[in-house]
Design a protein around this ligand. Structure first.
Ligand SMILES: [Zn+2]
Length: 245
């Protein structure tokens, strides 16, 4: 008569031990920080809760650590890579940045493997290929934030201002930036301001180009996506966000 409840108790104890063991095991998986985890099976649920505004905050916090030279140690272990390989990627933000070697998004924003979906192209210009990549990041991977990050002293914008006939296929980049340079020159700003103002305008133009995508437009209208322009300062390491266009 007493055997049945005893068995139940034993089974219950076994279940508790199993749950504790699993909890400890999951607890050993390194977490990005207290506001975001990107490396377990519940990630999809976590990601959908990371709004564009919260994603932006994560990037701002990461850049602040970078500026202060207090970046966090990243998990690049075999286990981490296996985790990402087996469970897929869930980047919380899409970043379109210039290819400039001084402007690596993962470093500037202090993010680890699997956290940013990055598209890099000289002059951070948008063409069908880069736009398709952005669309993949937000439509398929469900990132709720897109950042177009240009930077001061951008060589691609400088090459455009210098004029002439670019070698090889560089002209395809210049052609994309040229309208922004012309637009700034037409405003009559001092010559000394044309370079940096053109960089700003080129960033804004890329934001506008991205927002023309029906996929992007729909997500923005549904309140599920935020697209912002930003400019990186090479000297201070600071990323300044441009006013929304
Ligand atoms: Zn550049």
């Amino acid at each position: 008569m007493y055997e049945v409840p005893t068995k139940k108790v034993k089974k219950c104890i076994f279940c508790i031990i199993l749950v504790l063991a699993l909890t400890m095991l999951l607890g050993c998986t390194p977490q990005k920080n207290e506001t975001s985890s990107n490396n377990n099976e519940s990630e999809a649920a976590v990601l959908t809760d990371v709004s564009g505004a919260d994603s932006l905050k994560l990037l701002e916090e990461g850049d602040a650590r970078f500026v202060d030279a207090k970046t966090t140690t990243k998990d690049i272990s075999v286990a981490k890579r296996a985790d990402l390989s087996n469970n897929g990627q869930f980047p919380f933000a899409v970043v379109v940045s210039c290819s400039d070697s001084r402007v690596p998004p993962e470093v500037i924003f202090d993010q680890a493997l699997g956290e940013l979906f990055v598209i890099r192209v000289a002059g951070n210009v948008i063409d069908p290929v880069t736009l398709g990549s952005v669309e993949y990041g937000v439509e398929h991977l469900k990132s709720q934030l897109v950042v177009v990050m240009g930077h001061e002293k951008c060589g691609a914008v400088k090459a455009t201002m210098d004029g002439g006939v670019p070698a090889g296929s560089i002209g395809s980049i210049v052609d994309k930036i040229q309208p922004s340079v012309e637009k700034v020159k037409a405003t009559g700003v001092p010559e000394s301001d044309v370079y940096e103002d053109s960089i700003d305008e080129n960033i804004k133009n890329s934001v506008v180009e991205i927002e023309k995508s029906p996929i992007i437009e729909e997500l923005i209208a549904a309140g599920k996506l935020k697209v912002v322009g930003a400019k990186y300062d090479l000297d201070t390491g600071t990323v300044v966000y441009l006013p929304e266009v």
